[in-house]
Write a protein that binds this ligand. Structure first.
Ligand SMILES: [Fe+2]
Length: 316
């Protein structure tokens, strides 16, 4: 067991010190590919875009996108329907950066032409709390005991295998019988655009500001993390339940009703997340000893090491 636990790469002060925050914004957010939104959110024209306090401008034409950060030219590229921006130009291309998840993201995003519901929450927490909270393998089983966890197969832990690739990582859980049945029945009544045909829940984290939750290969919730200050961050949820064709009136009514219900459930899940993040944020101020990462927090370790390395490279 000893070799499966480790001391976090980040000290507690990294969650509140203004200097740490400034270093992360300059070394990581300014120089990394950042998820900006769906491409359809940027129709032809000029669009101001605030990402992590950086005032960017996206210029969209019928043939493509360009971006500026102040007067300087930024990198901009798309992966399927997802638009990414790198404020300070230079570094690996988007597909290389997203590896090995570029193809998966492209597949997931193919049907995401429009967002069905947008929600944005601001919490008095460091942005890293929002990331790390979701990366714990036992996250649903501990934070969402009555909301998300019942949707999972009760035996998920035995088959659970996080998929880790440096900064990015993914995990999948089988859906429980009741949820699998719910989604199967819904797929019989609505022309759901599914990006895969397994009854699973997937959580994909793309460093540093995106995680994607998918249900049944049908519903996709894109989460964009937006740091504001050392102790405040926003979480934006873009919920999509795409369909393959124009719906009848009856189908539209069902789609809207299901979406309302799913969004309400997602709001409960996010409230549970925020409560834990707020506690963790306060806890950092009172901690006297370094923390320890458990055997189920390997993805948290990956995230912290990537961050430390990126800051060291930028400084060095
Ligand atoms: Fe959560």
């Amino acid at each position: 067991m000893a070799d499966l636990t480790e001391t976090p790469a980040l000290g507690h002060e990294a969650y509140w010190k203004a200097e740490s925050f400034a270093a992360e914004m300059g070394a990581v957010f300014a120089r990394s590919w950042l998820f900006a939104g769906l491409t359809t959110a940027f129709p032809p024209g000029t669009h101001p875009l605030d990402l992590a306090g950086m005032a960017l401008t996206i210029d969209a034409t019928p043939t493509g996108f360009s971006a500026r950060f102040g007067e300087a030219v930024s990198d901009v590229d798309r992966c399927g329907q997802l638009l990414f921006v790198r404020p300070v130009s230079g570094g690996p291309g988007l597909a290389e950066f997203l590896a090995p998840y570029a193809t998966l993201l492209e597949t997931i995003s193919q049907a995401l032409v429009e967002v069905d519901h947008v929600a944005r929450m601001v919490a008095p927490v460091n942005w890293k709390a929002l990331v790390e909270n979701t990366l714990d393998d036992c996250h649903a089983a501990t934070v969402h005991t009555k909301s998300l966890q019942p949707a999972m197969d009760p035996a998920w832990l035995a088959r659970y295998r996080p998929d880790r690739h440096g900064a990015h990582s993914m995990m999948g859980n089988d859906l429980g019988a009741a949820d699998a049945t719910f989604w199967s029945r819904l797929a019989e009544r609505l022309p759901l655009a599914r990006h895969h045909h397994d009854a699973v829940y997937k959580h994909l984290f793309i460093f540093p500001n995106l995680y994607v939750a998918t249900f049944f290969g049908a519903m996709v919730i894109l989460h964009r993390i937006d740091p504001i200050t050392a102790e405040s961050a926003a979480l934006e949820l873009l919920t999509c339940l795409p369909v393959t064709r124009a719906m009848s009136n009856r189908e539209r009514a069902l789609h809207a009703a299901v979406l309302r219900d799913l969004v309400a459930k997602a709001e409960i899940v996010v409230e549970e997340d925020m409560a834990v993040c707020r506690l963790a944020q306060r806890g950092h101020h009172f901690a006297v000893h370094p923390g320890i990462l458990g055997t189920r927090e390997c993805r948290v370790g990956d995230f912290q090491r990537t961050l430390v390395q990126a800051i060291a490279e930028a400084v060095g």
